[in-house]
Design a binder for this molecule. Structure first.
Ligand SMILES: C[S@@+](CC[C@H](N)C(=O)[O-])C[C@H]1O[C@@H](n2cnc3c(N)ncnc32)[C@H](O)[C@@H]1O
Length: 247
């Protein structure tokens, strides 16, 4: 069973190895008016601050929630001007109406939505927005590359059937889940397709950060990169869902 604290055990590597979110995502958030200077943002499941940092750079007043102790240390170092709460989304104490924007970057699948969504509804001011996105490490709309076929062969060796990774989770289904109890209404769904070249070290590091990949499997993936010439082009996807607070 994947463990959400996996990331905390690899905090330094996580900080180095996870690629940033694509510029097109940030441009869309800006054009939607969500990254407004002096607005109050809450970044949930902030990790080492990939998203938190961009919110601060946009001039927002940012609170970041991260339960992992080692991750919270890196987060404070990387984004010293953010207020960091080392706790879970479920347990965070948030004053009513105290945020204009909540962001959740590659973390919503770890949350108990029954507990978290009412809390976010209360913490957002009227007119507030919830922006949820994730990096999907493997864009299934692109024909499989030789490297992808090697990855499939690694996963096929597992005893347990593969748990659906972020790549298999449907954006539309997540949007329905997030608005199911009537507290939020979807205003925007978008998908950003992008690509990145990775060498063997980058692949080993990135795959080690995945909660459902073992160290041996990450090493096998790095070997595949070396076999394929030393660099592979990976096709990734970043789905975005923006919801408005109802009421
Ligand atoms: C894949 S990482 C994403 C981190 C960061 N948002 C980013 O974009 O790089 C998932 C994060 O969610 C955090 N997390 C897991 N369960 C959580 C919970 N119940 N409440 C808040 N954060 C949680 C993990 O500690 C981890 O930092």
């Amino acid at each position: 069973m994947p463990d959400p604290m996996h990331f905390d055990r690899h905090a330094d590597l996580y900080d180095r190895a996870r690629p940033p979110y694509p510029d097109a995502l940030w441009q869309r958030l800006t054009s939607l008016g969500l990254l407004a200077a002096e607005h109050r943002a809450l970044d949930l499941g902030a990790g080492t601050g990939q998203a938190t940092e961009r919110l601060v750079e946009a001039g927002m007043r940012v609170t970041a929630v991260e339960p992992g102790a080692a991750l919270a240390v890196r987060l404070r170092e990387r984004v010293p001007s953010a207020r960091v709460l080392q706790t879970s989304a479920e347990e965070a104490e948030l004053a009513p109406g105290s945020f204009d924007l909540v962001t959740v970057a590659t973390a919503i699948h770890w949350f108990d939505l029954d507990a978290v969504l009412p809390k976010l509804h209360a913490a957002l001011a009227p007119g507030g927005r919830l922006a949820v996105w994730r990096n999907v490490y493997g864009d299934t709309s692109v024909p499989p590359t030789p490297f992808r076929r090697r990855l499939e062969a690694i996963v096929a060796q597992r005893d347990a059937p593969p748990r659906p990774g972020p790549g298999e989770l449907e954006t539309a289904r997540w949007a329905r889940l997030l608005e199911a109890d009537g507290l939020f209404a979807t205003t925007e769904v978008a998908e950003f397709h992008w690509r990145i070249d990775l060498d063997a070290d980058a692949v080993r590091g990135l795959f080690t950060t995945f909660s459902d990949w073992s160290a041996d499997e990450a090493e096998e993936a790095a070997r595949a990169v070396r076999d394929l010439g030393g660099t592979v082009t990976e096709h990734y996807l970043t789905p975005l869902i923006v919801l408005a607070r109802v009421g």
